[in-house]
Design a protein around this ligand. Structure first.
Ligand SMILES: C[S@@+](CC[C@H](N)C(=O)[O-])C[C@H]1O[C@@H](n2cnc3c(N)ncnc32)[C@H](O)[C@@H]1O
Length: 254
């Protein structure tokens, strides 16, 4: 898989999107569904937002990520915040933990990047294998319906591929953002383009599969998980397809 999670991702997201306030709300949500002091595997831990906060709250946490840059930033952030969770450079597709964790979490759209759904299912199998019996799995992805609403409503449709460009202010830059969604393969892409203060042009793109609730639940059940709850945000409100910002599954391994 091409690694798109680099310094540009952090620069664009950390300033206005993955803020300290947001992380606090996400971690409060996790602490409400994971028993205290549980051993937790953070799958796609990024630069360590949840891993570090959970470690500071007394959880025994391991963060894995397939991006070398993210893992090195996570280690740096952990050492600056005075805690020492374990970070491993590891693709979830090939990880092999067995019944070792009381909880596994996949936060803020860290799932669904493989183009072949068999690979995404294999990731779920590996997460299932990592969990001990009775353990909890939290899977947090964007709500496809609310994410796509402006694009499907205002975008241009060429043979089932929708696209929409707009301007946004992000991380202190004026950014041209183009989103596309291909309804034939359910892939959503976003490309951001901006010019820095020295006049240098930059761009950042990512692409992921977007799941409907039934499809994602079906995949989790297929690998053995039992669905406990479906939330639509980090305040633990129920998932409402037309309104919720997130689709958050809480499953257990029975
Ligand atoms: C949108 S970021 C979110 C990071 C982090 N969970 C957060 O909330 O800040 C997605 C992360 O998932 C990681 N990721 C995606 N697919 C992965 C895979 N197959 N194995 C390990 N990490 C993966 C990426 O490298 C990236 O750091």
């Amino acid at each position: 898989m091409q690694n798109i999670f680099d310094q540009k991702y952090i620069e664009l997201y950390a300033h206005d999107i993955t803020t300290a306030k947001r992380t606090e709300a996400e971690v409060a949500f996790l602490k409400a569904v994971i028993p205290p002091k549980t051993r937790v595997l953070d799958v796609g831990c990024g630069y360590g937002r949840h891993t570090i906060a959970l470690a500071k709250s007394g959880f025994d946490v391991v963060g894995i990520d397939s991006s070398e840059h993210m893992i090195s930033e996570a280690r740096k952030n952990a050492s600056e915040s005075g805690c020492s969770p374990i970070f491993i450079l590891q693709d979830a597709l090939t990880m092999s933990f067995h019944n070792e964790f009381g909880a596994t979490v996949s936060m803020f759209s860290s799932f669904g990047y493989f183009e072949n759904q068999r690979d995404n299912i294999k990731v779920l199998q590996n997460i299932y294998s990592a969990l001990s019996f009775g353990g909890v799995f939290v899977l947090d992805v964007a709500n496809k319906n609310t994410l796509l609403e402006p694009l499907l409503r205002h975008g241009e449709n060429k043979n089932g591929t929708y696209s929409l460009s707009l301007s946004e202010r992000l991380a202190g830059y004026n950014i041209r953002t183009t989103q596309t969604f291909d309804e034939k393969n359910n892939r959503w892409s976003i490309k951001r383009e901006w010019t820095d203060k020295h006049g240098k042009s930059h761009n950042y793109s990512l692409s992921t599969y977007l799941y409907e609730q039934d499809e994602l639940v079906g995949m989790c059940e297929q690998v053995g998980f039992k669905l406990k709850n479906v939330f639509g945000n980090y305040k633990s409100d129920a998932y409402l397809p037309a309104k919720s910002p997130r689709l958050i599954l809480v499953c257990t391994k029975n």
